[in-house]
Design a protein around this ligand. Structure first.
Ligand SMILES: C[S@@+](CC[C@H](N)C(=O)[O-])C[C@H]1O[C@@H](n2cnc3c(N)ncnc32)[C@H](O)[C@@H]1O
Length: 299
């Protein structure tokens, strides 16, 4: 029988709605884990790739809706549970030093069944039924220990979408849980054709600033600036790439605009002179209008 390539296996997975987290992406998430965790948890662990990169002695916990994927996991110190993480939280009484996750992007969920659940009722509103992204973020926050760090790969829409999602995002920011946001451009890793983002969460932050990274450039952004931008966290709002981000001098911009205006005025008058050459008087009302406007400003 012809052996399948890794690529075709992944494509088959994708067709079945199962997405694979490539090892390089797992390493990238781990780069932001700046503590030595005793345990690490992935609430949507799939084949366990985000957990696999941690040392053997670290306790690894994972929940996965697709039992088949879960049963295939063969990593040291792994404690797995099958089931829907949002509906049936298998590790409800546990908090973890580290949470890593690549939850499914913008899937439906059933908030009405979980209205009393402390994981979600802590936020001012429930995530919309059409998009579970912030529900997964709240679940992750709930399971994060006070000194822990969570790194979550997310769909960039959660950084700017409004309404209920905007309210939850504002709540996360105002409660000082978001430490860093990193833009991951499309095609950075195999199987990541769309742009994504990493969100780093902590509960023990000593500043309200948020570090925002875009294409290797990082900027520390104040809470005030984020509030002025309606709590949008899209990296392009705060860190733009060259050349669109070249420093602009307001005096230079004004001088350029004036030069352009004077040039346009002269060209317009030249045209008028040309078209009125047979009837010089007809240009006079136009010139009088210009003089009137100038007189208003020439104080
Ligand atoms: C992008 S994949 C993550 C892959 C994983 N990091 C890996 O290493 O294979 C998202 C995973 O979330 C699982 N999933 C989706 N909804 C879930 C839910 N409500 N509870 C638990 N797992 C869920 C999917 O079956 C899929 O395996």
């Amino acid at each position: 029988m012809k052996q399948k390539s890794i690529k075709s296996i992944r494509q088959e997975f994708r067709k079945g709605g199962v997405f694979y987290t490539p090892p390089e992406l797992a390493e990238k998430l781990k780069e932001y884990v700046d503590i030595k965790p005793k345990n690490v948890y992935d609430p949507t662990c799939g084949a366990g790739n985000l957990l696999r990169v941690f040392d053997d002695e670290v306790d690894k916990y994972g929940q996965e809706i697709d039992a088949e994927q879960l049963h295939g996991i063969n990593i040291s110190n792994f404690h797995g549970a099958a089931g829907d993480t949002l509906l049936h939280d298998a590790f409800s009484d546990m908090r973890f030093d580290c949470v890593v996750a690549n939850p499914p992007f913008s899937v439906k969920w059933e908030p009405e069944k979980l209205a009393e659940d402390l994981r979600f009722s802590i936020a001012p509103v429930m995530a919309p039924p059409s998009k579970a992204d912030w529900a997964f973020m709240l679940h992750i926050l709930y399971h994060l220990s006070d000194d822990g760090v969570a790194v979550v790969l997310e769909f960039p829409g959660i950084l700017y979408r409004g309404q209920r999602e905007g309210k939850i995002r504002q709540w996360f920011i105002e409660n000082n849980y978001i430490d860093r946001v990193v833009h991951i451009p499309e095609n950075t890793f195999e199987d990541t054709a769309i742009a994504t983002c990493l969100i780093v969460l902590r509960k023990n932050r000593t500043t309200t600033d948020i570090v925002i990274e875009n294409d290797g450039i990082s900027r520390t952004v104040s809470l005030d600036e984020i509030a002025q931008n309606s709590y949008i966290l899209s990296p392009s709002t705060y860190v733009c790439k060259e050349p669109e981000c070249m420093h602009l001098d307001p005096n230079e911009i004004r001088a350029d605009a004036r030069k352009t205006f004077l040039r346009t005025l002269r060209t317009t008058l030249d045209m008028e002179m040309l078209t009125c050459s047979l009837d010089r008087e007809s240009i006079q009302p136009f010139i009088d209008d210009i003089k009137r406007i100038l007189a208003e400003y020439d104080k």
